[in-house]
Design a protein around this ligand. Structure first.
Ligand SMILES: Nc1ncnc2c1ncn2[C@@H]1O[C@H](COP(=O)(O)OP(=O)(O)OP(=O)(O)O)[C@@H](O)[C@H]1O
Length: 261
């Protein structure tokens, strides 16, 4: 059952400036609640991916604080990451870049569970010591036949590889998954299937999502709340139901025009 309300991710006044002097994220504050999908939309260059990379500690932040389940993950002054960092997983645009071409799919899939033996996902509890069975169940959850477990990445299609990445992301039952343009590299016919899969998994597992896309239709489909970014700043935010309201920021209305065209 969904428990909505508890804050999973809290971002306070986060800023990131690249060495060239460009401020890609400027005083961004947001929250993601338990079981919620928060959508972030904005045109290319608005800072969405930089924000995602900051949340994943792939970029050092200049200002602000990031809390996961009320624990400070890292702030601009701290050097070390809190262990709760492992409760954030990510799915990026290009699944091929996230899979080691030399490893069989089962080995890439099971990497997080192989290395974090203490983690006991609720949906794998009864088979935690049976590696192949766990892999098969994860594949079942994302709609992949188990024969692909012994394949190599180049033998799978883009959509199949993205399903592997999603299975790996949910495998440790994280608190939050950051989805950064997860369907952008896929054929249009596959995109809706992947979005439906992500939505179903969220309903079943109660995981929170931060869904980043330039595609307002996809963001609107996935999210309960939507944040609009422009030039590194949040210029608008609303619930999904208020997206088409007259009160929206002119920039949001521009994005809506493209969406409706
Ligand atoms: N490593 C970098 N060094 C300098 N500037 C960068 C770097 N990465 C991104 N930028 C700049 O920061 C700004 C925000 O980029 P970012 O990739 O976060 O935007 P985005 O909204 O995710 O766009 P896209 O959808 O095209 O990826 C852009 O102007 C970009 O050129």
């Amino acid at each position: 059952m969904r428990v909505v309300g508890q804050e999973i991710l809290t971002v306070k006044n986060l800023s990131k400036e690249y060495v060239c002097g460009h401020k890609a994220v400027d005083q961004v504050s947001l929250t993601v609640n338990k079981g919620e999908c928060l959508g972030i939309v904005g045109e290319s260059g608005s800072g969405k991916s930089t924000l995602a990379r900051c949340l994943l500690a792939l970029e050092k932040i200049d200002e602000g604080e990031i809390l996961l389940k009320e624990k400070s993950l890292y702030n601009a002054n701290k050097k070390s990451l809190h262990p709760v960092r492992s409760e954030i997983q990510a799915v990026f645009q290009n699944p091929s870049a996230s899979l080691n071409p030399k490893l069989k799919i089962i080995d890439s899939l099971m990497e997080p569970l192989d290395f974090q033996r203490k983690i006991q996902p609720s949906f794998l509890m009864d088979i935690r010591n049976q590696r192949t069975k766990m892999a098969e169940r994860l594949f079942e959850m994302v709609g992949l036949p188990s024969k692909y477990l012994s394949y190599y990445p180049h033998e799978l299609s883009g959509g199949q590889k993205q399903r592997v990445i999603i299975a790996r992301a949910i495998s440790i039952e994280p608190a939050l998954i950051i989805l950064d343009e997860p369907t952008a590299s896929l054929d249009v016919s596959i995109q809706a299937k992947i979005l439906n899969l992500l939505k179903d998994l969220q309903e079943d597992l109660g995981i929170s999502y931060l869904f980043i896309s330039h595609d307002l239709a996809a963001v609107n489909f996935m999210s309960q709340r939507i944040i609009v970014m422009k030039q590194g700043q949040i210029v608008d935010q609303c619930s999904k139901h208020d997206l088409f309201s007259d009160r929206r920021h002119p920039y949001t209305k521009d994005l809506l025009h493209v969406f409706e065209a």
